[in-house]
Design a protein around this ligand. Structure first.
Ligand SMILES: [Zn+2]
Length: 487
């Protein structure tokens, strides 16, 4: 279907004056949302874990034609949700061709378009916007100015066109007018200076604003959406009251409620399908990575107000796979299978995402991160091996066995090493392993069991000797040696 190219053609098309002249963006989103709701299926595909909490509230806000704000800690998919709102816009939106603020052809607000339509009438050329072109996003910072957000008087434009300063012809439009006929998103709203908030409010409420002392009238048609950290938002004086009043709905986001949801989000967001080697990603490794974030969110040593972003497990996952990839390349193995050792090797993707409290600072980021990994391994291990008798394996160490697993050894060699511990590899059945799994898969599973026993303090592990008997059972001489290492 070819789209109408002039105002005259537009009038005769489904984009009729009757339908579009008074239809605001909020009506458009509402209409399209209602159609989606009738159709069934997900409203925002790819947004996981919000089906019963955040999504219904957003739906209500849009049905209510509200401007709204998402309140949540970092890494709770706030920006992603805001961007997904474009899926509720029409596939094609006609506007007056050449208009900087994308005027509605039936209700232009800028002088240029009003005059052009008066002059050429139905011959006025029409252009179209895609939903993505109708989304404007700005991260609020204290140095954002009225000029950035709303616009500036351009004296050169005035001189060239022979216009008076303050006429709409002399305005160089800022981001908000450029979002006219669309969605304008401001992230971290409380970081916007008070007087900018006033300007924002005026333009939304009254459709006018002062730029450099000149009153400018801009009755924009924009859906305003915001995001903020809840503490910043509720802190007294951070948001001017009239602006707060105009935000129809406040919607709280949250971290994934279950490990399963976290695993799904991380799998969706992390870069795992790479060129080259085939990847086998064990479920228990995914769960361990996710549990690190869960443990961190509970940990007293980590700042609760800033939260622990979902980007922690996402980046950790990418680093874990890379470490396994590096090993596969080095050993010329075809299959990449991440192990728990690779999780420990992913510390650079973890420590930077933890805002430590004083107690955590004292311990140091590395120590805190290691504790979190160990705790995560312990939890996942319990999930798979609760009630399983592993005393044979523990006994092997108690009888003096030690095993040092080097993260770079080839998988077949590691399987050989692990086979030396009687009964160990048979227990990998609990992790879903069959009889003829590739060595890399078996090696990773065997290592996980040892790491699990270590996490539960049934055996020990140190840099020098690798896995050994637990401290309680160890010979006095060895125990003394081990103690020395920690001093
Ligand atoms: Zn215009």
């Amino acid at each position: 279907m070819s789209l109408p190219r002039t105002l005259g053609e537009l009038r005769q098309s489904p984009f009729s004056e009757q339908r579009l002249s008074t239809r605001r963006v909020k009506d458009e989103m509402r209409d399209n949302l209602i159609a989606k709701l009738r159709q069934g299926g997900p409203i925002f595909p790819g947004i996981v874990g919000y089906d019963d909490t955040v999504v219904p509230q957003i739906v209500n806000a849009i049905l209510s034609r509200h401007n709204f704000i998402l309140l949540g800690l970092r890494g709770q998919a706030k920006s992603r949700i805001l961007r997904a709102l474009t899926s509720l816009l029409d596939a094609q939106a006609p506007y007056v061709a050449g208009c900087e603020i994308h005027d509605n052809p039936y209700a232009p607000i800028c002088r240029r378009c009003q005059e052009e339509i008066a002059k050429v009438g139905d011959a006025t050329p029409i252009a179209y916007l895609t939903p993505e072109q109708r989304y404007v996003e700005k991260l609020a910072t204290p140095d954002v100015t009225i000029a950035d957000l709303i616009g500036d008087i351009d004296p050169i434009k005035a001189a060239r066109g022979g216009h008076e300063l303050g006429s709409e012809y002399t305005v160089h439009y800022g981001l908000l007018p450029r979002a006219n006929h669309g969605i304008f998103a401001i992230n971290e709203l409380p970081d916007l200076a008070g007087k900018i908030q006033v300007g924002l409010f005026n333009i939304m409420q009254e459709g006018d604003v002062q730029i450099k002392g000149y009153p400018i009238r801009l009755p924009l048609d924009v859906v305003l959406v915001f995001s903020a950290n809840p503490e910043d938002y509720t802190a007294r004086g951070k948001i001017i009251t009239p602006l707060k009043d105009r935000i129809g709905s406040e919607i709280r986001t949250h971290y994934p409620a279950t490990v399963e949801e976290g695993v799904t989000i991380t799998a969706q967001e992390s870069w795992t399908q790479r060129n080259g080697h085939k990847l086998h990603l064990p479920k228990y490794v995914q769960e361990v990575i996710e549990r690190i974030a869960f443990a961190a969110r509970e940990d007293k040593k980590i700042d609760k107000r800033s939260g622990v972003s979902q980007r922690l497990p996402i980046s950790a996952m990418e680093n874990v796979i890379s470490n396994a990839e590096r090993r596969a390349i080095h050993q010329e193995e075809k299959l990449v299978v991440p192990r728990i050792a690779d999780v420990y090797a992913a510390m650079p993707a973890i420590t930077g995402k933890l805002e430590l409290e004083y107690e955590g600072e004292l311990k140091g980021g590395d120590v805190v991160a290691r504790e979190l990994i160990r705790m995560a391994v312990g939890k996942v291990f319990t999930h798979y091996f609760d009630g399983e008798n592993l005393s044979n394996v523990v006994q092997w160490f108690e009888l003096g066995g030690t095993l040092k697993l080097d993260e770079t050894v080839p998988s077949d060699l590691m399987v050989k090493q692990l086979s030396g511990i009687q009964g160990l590899l048979e227990k990998t059945k609990r992790l879903g392993l069959g009889a003829s799994e590739p060595d890399a898969v078996r090696a990773a599973a065997g290592e996980f069991i040892l790491e699990g026993l270590y996490a539960h303090k049934r055996i020990s592990r140190n840099e020098e000797t690798g896995f050994t008997a637990g401290e309680r059972r160890r010979e006095p001489e060895e125990a003394k040696k081990a103690k020395r290492q920690y001093q």
